[in-house]
Design a protein around this ligand. Structure first.
Ligand code: NDP
Length: 341
């Protein structure tokens, strides 16, 4: 059995979902209450592959909210992630994806050192960040968008915002080694890590966001931001594709302008309906078939009996792993999500 650890995008969103799911106390309570709330298994899942194989899973709501990071409640945020992992392990889930901010919190606050949660010793092999599949899907979305909008990737400038991150650095590797782009712009806040990435890639120009936006034909946005940014669409070239891979979405509002295409990054579509309820609360067009690529990674590992932390740590995703997860994704009937033509 596989697991998915997820969280909602804001307190307001969480209260709405709790109300719909019948958790009245959660629906009526403030951030303080959510900081104390234990994780809950709120959904049972059945997924059928196009090969005919069926797998079963559970969705664990960690009760983490992005406001906990913005409001300096780091201890509560860390407790949420560790408690959700302990619950997944106690339930006997063989491979569980750490969705959204869960893996970022685990890494950034070095939770590796706190692996004993009450009477549970966390077995890390039971968990995956899902970042390899997410990076693979975003690369595929980039190629598919270029085709869809008749844009030549080989002549294009591609900006990666969050380039030094786990997903961003894997995408940069792929851009340099597996396709051809005219210019690669690397964006993040910490200069030293950008220089290290540039040295590893032997390609790419370090840029500020302000300098990059007017130049970028494609913007891959994979920064770990707990709140979205607002962009002025008028500064972007025409045409311009933005692949927004963040969770919560990094681009705060729907940008509208002729020649500007915004794609929900790191999202996949399954060929068959998935039996679950949770995705109806996560703002996707087709909740029976649309899901986050990181969640799909746990499903792929379960289908294959690969009960191992396939994606773990930071900046360790290899081109071979991207290729392998891509093969499994296609084999079991997942494909990158693009807006309707
Ligand atoms: P990491 O923490 O590994 O990397 C985050 C990157 O963003 C770093 O390069 C960081 O560099 C940069 N960054 C953070 N804040 C800013 C900022 N304000 N401006 C510019 N750059 C910034 O994160 P991941 O790679 O694991 O995840 C990236 C995003 O993808 C997250 O939003 C995550 O929730 C989402 N995600 C989506 C999934 C899906 O299935 N669709 C699955 C997993 C993750 P620096 O700190 O130097 O600025």
């Amino acid at each position: 059995m596989f697991g998915l650890i997820g969280h909602l995008t804001s307190l307001a969103n969480a209260k709405q979902v709790a109300d719909k799911l019948g958790y009245a106390e959660y629906a009526e309570s403030d951030l303080e209450f959510w900081c104390m709330a234990p994780p809950q298994v709120v959904d049972e899942i059945v997924v059928t592959s196009i090969t005919g194989q069926k797998i079963y899973g559970q969705y664990v709501e960690s009760c983490f909210l992005p406001e906990m990071l913005a409001g300096g409640r780091v201890k509560a945020a860390c407790r949420k992630v560790l408690n959700a992992m302990a619950l997944a392990q106690r339930r006997g889930l063989n491979i569980t994806a750490l969705g959204g901010f869960s893996s970022i919190i685990f890494e950034n606050f070095r939770l590796e050192t706190l692996k004993r949660v009450r009477n549970v010793d966390l077995e890390i092999r039971r968990f995956t960040t899902g970042n390899t599949h997410t990076a693979y899907i975003i690369c595929q979305q980039l190629q598919a968008a270029a085709q869809r909008y008749a844009m030549d990737l080989a002549a294009a400038t591609v900006a990666v915002v969050g380039a030094t991150g786990d997903i961003g650095s894997a995408i940069c590797q792929w851009l340099v080694n597996c396709t051809s782009v005219a210019k690669l712009l690397l964006i993040a806040r910490e200069r030293r890590r950008l220089e290290e990435l540039q040295a590893t890639l032997k390609k790419g120009e370090i840029s500020s966001l302000e300098e990059a936006l007017p130049r970028a034909d494609f913007i891959v946005w994979v920064a770990s931001m707990s709140q979205g940014v607002t962009l002025d669409p008028q500064v972007l070239p025409d045409p311009c594709v933005i692949i927004d891979g963040g969770y919560p979405k990094n681009i705060a509002s729907r940008l509208q302008r002729k020649g500007l295409y915004v794609i929900d990054g790191g999202m996949v579509e399954h060929a068959l309906d998935i039996e679950w309820n949770i995705m109806q609360f996560l703002n996707v067009a087709n909740p029976a078939r649309h899901l986050f690529a990181c969640f799909a990674e746990a499903m792929l590992l379960e289908f294959e009996g690969l009960h191992t932390n396939f994606s773990w740590g930071r900046n360790l995703i290899t081109l071979e792993k991207l290729e392998l997860i891509g093969q499994l994704s296609r084999k079991h009937g997942f494909r990158p999500l693009l807006p309707a033509a």
